[in-house]
Design a protein. Structure first.
Length: 540
């Protein structure tokens, strides 16, 4: 039943992605941590959801100061997840079931335990062929760098090498040297982008891509893709970083024309051909205005609190989201845009929501003209768990704890919810202690369950091209109820608030509800209960 016949990068445009945090999906050997064998064992379940690809958070060798976003060896699967051969087996077995594998490429920085960093740390001065990291010998004054978590700062070298190195996120994540937009003889650490160190790193990047793509991996989600090149003006750094990806894309076009690259964030529009195959709408930067409150995990200092549109109170607006969407589609109306239910950095879809609110949210996420990414566990409505311990760098500021969206998958009523045979206190993170926690087993085949809803929505999407990534999406009503046309003949209406909502639109004439709940249509009038949703089509 191999069915990867859609070749070329075009497969992504109509795809649905499943996000797996490898630590927490399925532990096959009882050590309390998820692994690749566990994923292989669960492939039939993943297929049953109706997804096309899996995106794994980083699964490479790492000391896990930042959950694997601190890579110590780009070319080796972390032993706790298995071996490179296990990954190849997963790629093959998933491929036989029509599922592609995307890895996470954390290329802006390494771990302090990467051999490259150890070598430069042990040296008494710059590497003769150019430093891979950014070192300075004079005491840094506060300037361009800042105290915000997730932004570059100088860290005093623990030695033997004297001086300071630039880090990207945690101190254990030294920034790789991809050069600077502005050079300055008084600041010799500012290598130009085509300096020897940056050149070595670009070459290494190509080798890493080549290594995994040659093993059948379909592509990468690229961590912090647009902050490789440093600059005090954010925009210029972004543009210079984007240029690195354009150069790589040219090579990929020859070497791996099917390979897909998805950035963390949005690719800048410069008029040049875009290097990535999609934009990833996140909420971490202000312009990525989610319709959901993905921030109950916490806020970073630059987050502006605003009421979410998908909220029972019904006080939100779609404006910022729609503006951002329009901007991303401006240059290329076919551009794929990824919208995730959640991810390893953001609160789960379920957070702050009763299960009955999920129907409207999932209907939006799976029928908007995007590439949806379903974060493991969101298909059963797993909760974000507050106040968990700081496991593997999950807490990145006093206000921001990511552990709660990284807890083990809840499979069944067995020990540890079927996630692991380990003693409960040696699990990677605790399991939701709620006796009524949702599980796959309790929802499987049950009409009206969140899992059934996800499967039905994805099946409908699969057999209805107008509901997939490429058909036009035209907003009919931006408020409550939110309504949009897909193609010419499908109207989707969702009411994320508790209060009922009504819409009169000519578009509804001659349409009937193909799929929905709490949604009635009579002539040009659509009535929705609180949290109601409907996918309308032309009656034959
Ligand atoms: C990205 C990742 C996040 C990580 C950070 C530093 O934002 O999504 O989890 O902590 O990069 O690598
Ligand atoms: Ca394990």
């Amino acid at each position: 039943m191999a069915d990867l016949e859609r070749t070329g990068r075009s497969w992504l445009t109509d795809a649905v992605i499943y996000g797996i945090y490898p630590q927490s999906f399925q532990d096959s050997n009882g050590d309390g941590i998820g692994d690749l064998r566990g994923v292989i064992d669960r492939l039939d379940y993943i297929v049953s959801l109706g997804v096309d690809a899996i995106w794994f958070n980083p699964c490479f060798v790492s000391p896990f100061h930042d959950a694997g976003y601190d890579v110590a060896d780009y070319l080796r699967i972390a032993p706790r997840y298995g071996t490179n051969d296990d990954l190849v087996e997963l790629v093959e077995k998933a491929g036989q079931r029509g599922i592609r594998i995307l890895l996470d490429l954390v290329v802006g920085h390494t771990s302090i335990e990467h051999e490259w960093f150890r070598t430069e740390l042990a040296a008494d001065g710059p590497h003769p062929e150019g430093d891979r990291y950014i070192w300075r010998t004079d005491e840094p004054e506060r300037g361009w760098e800042s105290d915000l978590p997730g932004t570059p700062q100088w860290v005093r070298s623990p030695g033997p090498r004297q001086g300071w190195y630039l880090k990207n996120f945690y101190d254990e994540q030294p920034a790789l040297n991809f050069g600077w937009v502005r050079t300055d003889p008084a600041q010799p650490w500012r290598d130009p982008v085509d300096g020897p160190g940056p050149k070595r790193n670009r070459q290494a990047l190509k080798e890493i891509l080549d290594f995994w793509l040659s093993k059948g991996v379909a592509g990468f989600r690229v961590d912090m893709a647009f902050s490789l090149v440093k600059d005090e003006g954010l925009r210029d750094g972004v543009l210079a970083s984007a240029a690195i990806w354009q150069e790589l894309r040219e090579w990929l076009d020859d070497a791996y024309p099917d390979a897909v690259l998805i950035p963390e964030g949005e690719e800048p529009r410069t008029g040049a051909r875009l290097a990535f195959d999609a934009d990833f709408m996140l909420v971490i930067y202000a312009p990525h205005a989610s319709l959901f409150d993905n921030h109950s995990a916490g806020r970073l200092p630059w987050h502006e609190p605003r009421p979410a549109f998908f909220d029972a109170a019904g006080e939100g607006s779609t404006e910022l989201f729609l503006d951002t969407w329009a901007h991303l589609r401006e240059v290329d109306p076919q551009r794929s845009i990824l919208l995730a239910t959640a991810d390893h950095d953001f609160t789960r879809l379920r957070s702050g929501r009763a299960p009955e609110e999920l129907g409207a949210a999932l209907t939006f996420l799976f029928t908007w003209g995007s590439v949806p990414s379903l974060y493991y566990g969101d298909e059963i409505g797993m909760r974000y768990l507050p106040d968990l311990p700081n496991v593997e760098g999950a807490i990145c500021s006093p206000l921001y704890n990511r552990a709660g969206c990284r807890t083990p998958m809840q499979w069944d009523d067995g020990p540890n919810a079927g996630f692991s045979a380990a003693p409960a206190d040696s699990l990677y993170l605790p399991i939701d202690p709620d006796p009524d926690r949702p599980t796959v087993a309790a929802q499987d085949g049950v009409p009206g369950s969140t899992l059934t809803l996800v499967r039905e929505l994805l099946a409908l999407r699969r057999r209805t091209p107008a509901l997939q990534g490429q058909a036009p999406t035209t907003v009919v009503n931006p408020g409550y109820p939110f309504a949009w046309l897909r193609g010419e003949d499908h109207l989707v209406v969702v009411n994320p608030r508790r209060e009922p909502a009504t819409l009169e639109t000519d578009q509804a004439e001659g349409m009937e509800v193909l799929f929905g709940s709490g949604c009635d249509v009579t002539g040009d009038r659509i009535e929705l209960d609180g949290f109601g949703y409907g996918i309308l089509g032309r009656s034959r």
